[in-house]
Design a protein around this ligand. Structure first.
Ligand SMILES: [Zn+2]
Length: 132
């Protein structure tokens, strides 16, 4: 793993995700989705039709996405990403950076307490994080 080069990664967009003017917190999202899932599951046991399970797929998928964000602190949707700050606030961001080795797009990898930049073309291209 080559980590001796310092690469600049630019946040082109950094927008706090707000609901009703309030900063969205990841823990709140997880709680709401858990409540939603329990609601749909209990509704299924009550009315015994598949409809609540089918509708319940939506909070289930969102819950999985929220869990990934909780674990990795970042999730990518094409050019955009949702990042979670240390305080648990959610941000919509767009990161831009080019790999100095092969000119590929760079992305942030967050694992446990370490963060580094990785090239999307070649996972061997890894660099220290220096976000502007
Ligand atoms: Zn590269």
């Amino acid at each position: 793993m080559k980590k001796n080069k310092k690469i600049k990664l630019k946040r082109e967009i950094e927008k706090p995700i707000k609901v009703f003017g309030k900063q969205l917190k990841l823990t709140r999202v997880l709680l709401i989705l858990i409540v939603g899932l329990i609601y749909f599951i209990s509704l299924y046991f009550e009315i015994r039709t598949l409809t609540p399970l089918i509708i319940g797929i939506i909070p289930a998928i969102l819950f999985i996405i929220a869990l990934i964000v909780y674990q990795n602190r970042i999730i990518y949707f094409g050019n955009y990403s949702i990042e979670c700050s240390n305080a648990g606030d959610l941000y919509l961001t767009k990161l831009k950076g080019r790999c100095p080795t092969c000119d590929g797009q760079l992305k942030i990898v967050k694992k446990f307490n370490t963060e580094y930049i990785q090239c999307q073309n070649n996972s061997e291209h890894k660099f220290y994080l220096e976000v502007n």
